[in-house]
Design a protein around this ligand. Structure first.
Ligand SMILES: *[C@@H]1O[C@H](CO)[C@@H](O)[C@H](O)[C@H]1NC(C)=O
Ligand SMILES: *[C@@H]1O[C@H](CO)[C@@H](O)[C@H](O)[C@H]1NC(C)=O
Ligand SMILES: *[C@@H]1O[C@H](CO)[C@@H](O)[C@H](O)[C@H]1NC(C)=O
Ligand SMILES: *[C@@H]1O[C@H](CO)[C@@H](O)[C@H](O)[C@H]1NC(C)=O
Ligand SMILES: *[C@@H]1O[C@H](CO)[C@@H](O)[C@H](O)[C@H]1NC(C)=O
Ligand SMILES: *[C@@H]1O[C@H](CO)[C@@H](O)[C@H](O)[C@H]1NC(C)=O
Length: 471
């Protein structure tokens, strides 16, 4: 006790002697600490704003402009999960009555030759098989000054694809018009006069190119703007086109729409029950459910049929089955829904090659493919060269393959068989395939080269299941 009292007394003495100095020092430390905390709060705020708000809303648009590809833009859009606490719609499993289908649709997108993911593989109209699909959607035209625009070269391609109908009387050829959120669509739908100009140009394209219809692929109404009237105006456009088709005596043609499958985009972009009244059918883009972005930095299946057990919350909605049921629950008739099936896959670069399952951490696009997209022909070349044995996930009914840091999700004959069977069992209107270009149209994956029955193996498999009268 006695020993302790000495330093304590000295301490008090010191404190009293240096009292003023002590207070000054404390104030200085306090001031510096507040400054530090304030800047930390500021930095955190900026980070939050960039990542949660400005980043997701704006940065992605510079992305798509750089790559100038609407598939890339869609994959990024699907990955922007809603920021607000949106309640996930509960969907009843009650079967929805629909007439039995005896003619399934097989709608195949054909990209103009220099719009492929792999620019070194350009599918020309000469390699198209007029008996493969029931509908070919040629794309993509754009909208300029409220009218359809096609370059001279693409007009020639469209004319040549339309000429395939001479070889198959039942084949339907449609022109697909696409645009990003803030494209010519936004301006065109705004008012009656603009829509009228567009519809007039539609009619002249249908006549000039002997088309069977027009497919609209606006990705997506109301996507980039809050409180916008774009959804309503888009519905109005569909109504006015339907009225125009009803007025046509000779040139009746199909009106179809390629639509977003995630419910959080669909709810925002479309009046689904009205759309049901005006369109002949929809092409549900049930792919790009998982894609590498800065806010989804993990591996995932491009087009899972069902959700995986670890898919909680919103992730449980990112699959074919949920999306198709969501669209039906909102009033789209089952037989107007074509389920989208991809012939391409997505690539990722793993952080740790040993952590290589589904939902493993990723740091970017894989070395394979092009900006995260890979054609089936490249997938099978890679599998045979690397001797990699792919995995097959029995829940999502999809294969994936991994090789050092590379990870790919894709579809093959087996996965597409499950998905085509699903369409039959549930009596949907048919399948939509994206795209003819990314299937193995040269038949290089097969053992027997130059055998026409070996070309387009993926689409041919879907066709066999949906359209073979013997099955
Ligand atoms: C989200 O919303 C639901 C219902 O609207 C509510 O029950 C839940 O507590 C909310 N969750 C959060 C994290 O705010
Ligand atoms: C398919 O979706 C419906 C509606 O959400 C759901 O009730 C059903 O369980 C799903 N099927 C499977 C196998 O997950
Ligand atoms: C596509 O190919 C045509 C003909 O080779 C060319 O005129 C056109 O500029 C190309 N377009 C693009 C976007 O590369
Ligand atoms: C669209 O209109 C603008 C202004 O009138 C004109 O400069 C441009 O050439 C037009 N573009 C097309 C493709 O007609
Ligand atoms: C389109 O076809 C016409 C007629 O065959 C031809 O004169 C023209 O050069 C072609 N244009 C392009 C860009 O290929
Ligand atoms: C269209 O077909 C004609 C006749 O086969 C051919 O000469 C022309 O090059 C084709 N044009 C395009 C753009 O494919």
């Amino acid at each position: 006790m006695g020993d302790n009292s000495v330093p304590q007394a000295r301490y008090f003495l010191l404190r009293e002697k240096n009292g003023v100095k002590y207070i000054k020092k404390t104030l200085l430390v306090f001031f510096l600490a507040s400054l530090l905390i304030a800047s930390a709060v500021c930095a955190f705020g900026i980070l939050l704003l960039r990542n949660g708000f400005i980043f997701t809303r704006r940065h992605s648009f510079t992305y798509y402009k750089e790559f100038h590809d609407h598939s890339f833009y869609r994959a990024v859009s699907y990955s922007k999960l809603p920021e607000n606490n949106i309640t996930i719609p509960k969907i009843s499993n009650r079967p929805i009555k629909s007439p039995k289908i005896d003619n399934y649709r097989l709608v195949c997108y054909y990209n103009f030759p220099n719009r492929s993911f792999n620019l070194e593989r350009q599918l020309t109209h000469k390699r198209l098989d007029p008996d493969l699909c029931t509908h070919v959607n040629v794309g993509f035209g754009s909208i300029q000054n409220n009218t359809i625009y096609l370059s001279d070269y693409n007009r020639n391609v469209t004319r040549n694809v339309s000429a395939l109908k001479a070889k198959n009387k039942n084949l339907k050829v449609l022109l697909s018009i696409s645009g990003f959120a803030d494209s010519g669509f936004a301006e065109m739908v705004q008012n009656h006069a603009n829509r009228k100009m567009f519809i007039k140009s539609m009619l002249s394209y249908v006549k000039e190119f002997k088309l069977d219809g027009i497919d609209l692929d606006w990705e997506f109404p109301n996507a980039d703007v809050y409180n916008s009237k774009e959804r309503m105006h888009f519905t109005q456009l569909l109504y006015e086109i339907r009225e125009e088709i009803n007025r046509q005596k000779k040139h009746k043609f199909l009106l179809t729409v390629a639509v977003a499958s995630p419910y959080f985009i669909a709810m925002n972009s479309y009046d689904i029950s009205y759309m049901n009244d005006y369109v002949d059918f929809i092409n549900l883009m049930t792919y790009d459910f998982h894609f590498y972005t800065k806010w989804t930095p993990f591996t995932g299946i491009n087009s899972p049929l069902y959700s995986l057990p670890h898919d909680i919350g919103i992730f449980g909605t990112l699959n074919i089955n949920y999306s198709a049921h969501f669209w039906m629950s909102q009033g789209m008739e089952k037989n107007k829904i074509n389920i989208g099936l991809p012939t391409y896959g997505h690539t990722y670069k793993l952080i740790n090659p040993n952590n290589n399952g589904i939902s493993a951490p990723a740091i970017g696009f894989g070395n394979l493919g092009h900006n995260g997209f890979i054609d089936y022909s490249e997938v099978c070349a890679f599998l045979s060269e690397s001797k990699v044995l792919p995995n097959f996930d029995d829940v999502s009914k999809s294969p994936y393959a991994t090789h050092y840091q590379d990870w790919i999700s894709y579809d093959d004959i087996k996965s597409l068989s499950f998905k085509a069977e699903y369409i039959r069992e549930n009596n949907f209107g048919g399948a939509m395939v994206y795209s003819l270009n990314s299937d193995d149209y040269t038949g290089d994956c097969a053992d027997i080269k130059n055998d026409p029955s070996q070309t387009y193996p993926l689409i041919r498999q879907i066709r066999d299941i949906l359209l073979d009268p013997n099955l």
